[in-house]
Design a binder for this molecule. Structure first.
Ligand SMILES: [Fe+2]
Length: 231
């Protein structure tokens, strides 16, 4: 009898599980970065416009996930429409996440600096020779023609730091890499403030980096101590 009851219980449970749709995940929420308003070298007007653009990426990320879920429920996962939205989802998601990393690594005081005793500073000096050499390489990467991002990436496998160029939002990311410092060099980030003088914008960016936040992104306890060289 007990065995029969157990079988009935398992059968009922499996039927319920089969008929219960997967739980709906909470949509992404746009974060508030109004704390960085008033930064020297940035106008509030430009920053507020930038926040609005960021909110568009959050909105579209949620929208595309919703559309894809709808197609899946209708059995349309192998259609061109599904494939097209699926391709665009990564672009919107990366636009959302990169802006969050960018805004949150701003808001520092102009006279702040990366703690020279921090593990991140030590790794920068190991991989690039000096902090100044790394910064020059980062700035030069930001002056490349095109729209996109500069990301100081940590390759956690080799423990190596690399300044990477990300075209648009999604081309050039380091697989498995951990973003440490992010600079937006799309024209909307600086054109209304600096015209075509991207170098002046990058200088203003460095005057406002929140180095404590950046240092905290470096996972000091998990990075292999491997001798590396600059690239
Ligand atoms: Fe942007």
């Amino acid at each position: 009898m007990k065995k029969l009851l157990l079988m009935l219980f398992l059968l009922t449970t499996s039927l319920i599980a089969a008929e219960t749709p997967p739980p709906s995940l909470e949509p992404y929420e746009a974060k508030d970065f109004s704390n960085i308003l008033g930064m020297p070298g940035f106008t509030d007007e430009a920053l507020k416009m930038h926040f609005t653009l960021y909110q568009g990426y959050v909105k579209n990320t949620n929208l595309f996930i919703q559309i894809l879920d709808g197609y899946a429920k209708e059995g349309k996962e192998r259609t061109p429409q599904y494939a097209e939205i699926k391709r665009r989802l990564g672009w919107e998601f990366d636009g959302m996440r990169l802006h969050e990393l960018y805004f949150s690594n701003l808001g520092g005081t102009p006279d702040s600096e990366l703690d020279p005793d921090s593990p991140l500073c030590g790794r920068i000096e190991q991989d690039f020779g000096t902090f100044a050499a790394w910064q020059e390489n980062f700035k030069s990467t930001g002056l490349m023609r095109g729209i996109g991002w500069v990301v100081l990436y940590l390759d956690p496998v080799e423990g190596r730091l690399l300044n990477m160029w990300i075209a648009e939002h999604d081309i050039g990311h380091m697989a498995g890499g951990k973003p440490i410092l992010i600079l937006d060099v799309w024209e909307h980030a600086y054109l209304t403030m600096y015209g075509l003088d991207r170098a002046a914008y990058i200088d203003a960016f460095f005057n406002n980096v929140n180095w404590q936040e950046v240092a905290n992104r470096f996972p000091k306890d998990e990075v292999p101590e491997k001798k590396t060289s600059r690239t």
